[in-house]
Write a protein that binds this ligand. Structure first.
Ligand code: SOE
Length: 375
């Protein structure tokens, strides 16, 4: 694994857990973690459960006893590490957003295509697909439970930078993070829109805004530097099946810490998910008798629900961290069975194309059509 901050810790927890919960054809061994600072990386290896540690990711890739590289770094190093790992015949798991630029994402998807011929697999870490209620939502839509999809309404709201005194961390720098709220949390709801409906976004019209343009430098708080990413992004979109979507991603929704909501309305019903109640799924069935019709809350805690048979007895709840364990389960299954994991780099590239189109639309004030991915 490369990187050992928040995402590195989340992934480590999942790698530690996955073979203890799921009965899988392959066993993950946590061989080594990589970070820039030797002392902090050694400490992270010990705390997170990695056997060894390195300060140069190239040393990880050079090791014969490593089959898979998990990339948990900021976006500016995703492409370089992923391309080198794939070229060396390693499977790759890369955190979202896939890359900082469309060119990098294209190259990564191309490399993943080429590696597939040698049985090498690449996956992008859109973990919210693996909330059981979200997977169930996708299954219900695919089965036709709400009929033809008309609307997707999604919002991902945070507030961690409303304070102008919040320092200019890497997530606020375009050269490190690629974009702001758009790529960090907007990417999740763009991916969910396409995943849940099974349809690509075919065009967007968007607004982005940076409310606070100067912030204190982390290493010299008396000085300020320029925020080079968006604080918020709002878009309207068309989907290839005829539905329309409104998506909002912001770090300025004061009071909202990590609120991700998706509602999908179809010709025969609606489904709604709220990450703050992630064990539940709201379902309105328009074919039910009028006397009893209404939104019902499905408690997604039963062994018949996605992923849950492996966890606790019926009715027991799960949380954020389980989404990463489910992600590792799906990746291991895909590698063992010679399948492409989902989301593939091609799926992640299609999200990157939407991100790019959103920025273009916001800059020019124009509608941006999108072609279907060719990879
Ligand atoms: C930070 O905004 C962040 O950690 C995202 O990077 C994650 O993808 C999301 O799960 C929570 O918020």
């Amino acid at each position: 694994m490369v990187g050992h901050a928040f995402m590195g810790a989340a992934h480590s927890q999942a790698w530690r857990t996955v073979n203890r919960v799921f009965d899988l054809p392959l066993r993950a061994r946590m061989v080594a973690v990589c970070g820039r600072d030797p002392r902090r990386t050694a400490e992270a290896a010990d705390r997170l459960g990695w056997e060894g540690h390195h300060t140069d990711w190239r040393e990880l890739i050079a090791r014969d006893d490593i089959d898979l590289v998990d990339i948990c770094t900021p976006g500016d190093s995703h492409a370089e590490i992923a391309l080198a790992a794939l070229a060396a015949g390693k499977h790759v798991l890369c955190e979202k957003p896939l890359a900082n630029t469309l060119d990098e994402a294209e190259a990564m998807a191309g490399a993943a295509d080429a590696a597939r011929a040698n049985g090498i697999r690449a996956m992008c870490g859109f973990n919210y697909r693996r909330v059981p209620a979200v997977t169930l939502m996708r299954d219900m839509i695919a089965r036709g439970d709400i009929g033809t999809v008309r609307h997707v309404r999604a919002a991902y709201l945070q507030d961690w930078i409303v304070d102008p005194a919040h320092p200019l961390v890497w997530r606020l720098q375009r050269d490190r993070a690629g974009s702001g709220a758009l790529g960090d949390i907007g990417a999740h709801i763009i991916d969910l829109t396409q995943y849940l409906t099974g349809q690509h976004i075919t065009g967007v019209s968007a607004l982005t805004e940076t409310f606070i343009r100067q912030r204190p430098l982390p290493e010299a708080p008396a000085e300020t530097g320029t925020v080079t990413v968006d604080d918020a992004a709002i878009l309207t979109a068309r989907l290839e099946g005829g539905a329309i979507a409104t998506l909002e991603a912001t770090r300025f929704a004061t009071g909202r810490k990590n609120a991700l909501r998706v509602e999908i309305n179809g010709s025969h019903g609606s489904l709604a998910f709220d990450l703050e109640r992630l064990n539940e799924l709201e379902f309105f069935d328009a074919t039910a008798p009028p006397t009893t019709r209404g939104f019902t809350t499905v408690l997604v805690t039963e062994p018949e629900h996605p992923y849950l048979a492996a966890w606790w007895p019926p009715g027991h709840l799960i949380g954020y961290e389980h989404t990463f364990t489910h992600q590792m389960r799906d990746l291991i299954e895909a590698i063992a069975h010679g399948r492409d994991p989902e989301p593939s780099f091609t799926d992640a590239l299609s999200v990157q194309r939407v991100i790019d189109a959103v920025e273009h639309s916001a800059r020019t004030g124009t509608w941006q059509p999108l072609d279907s991915p060719t990879h």
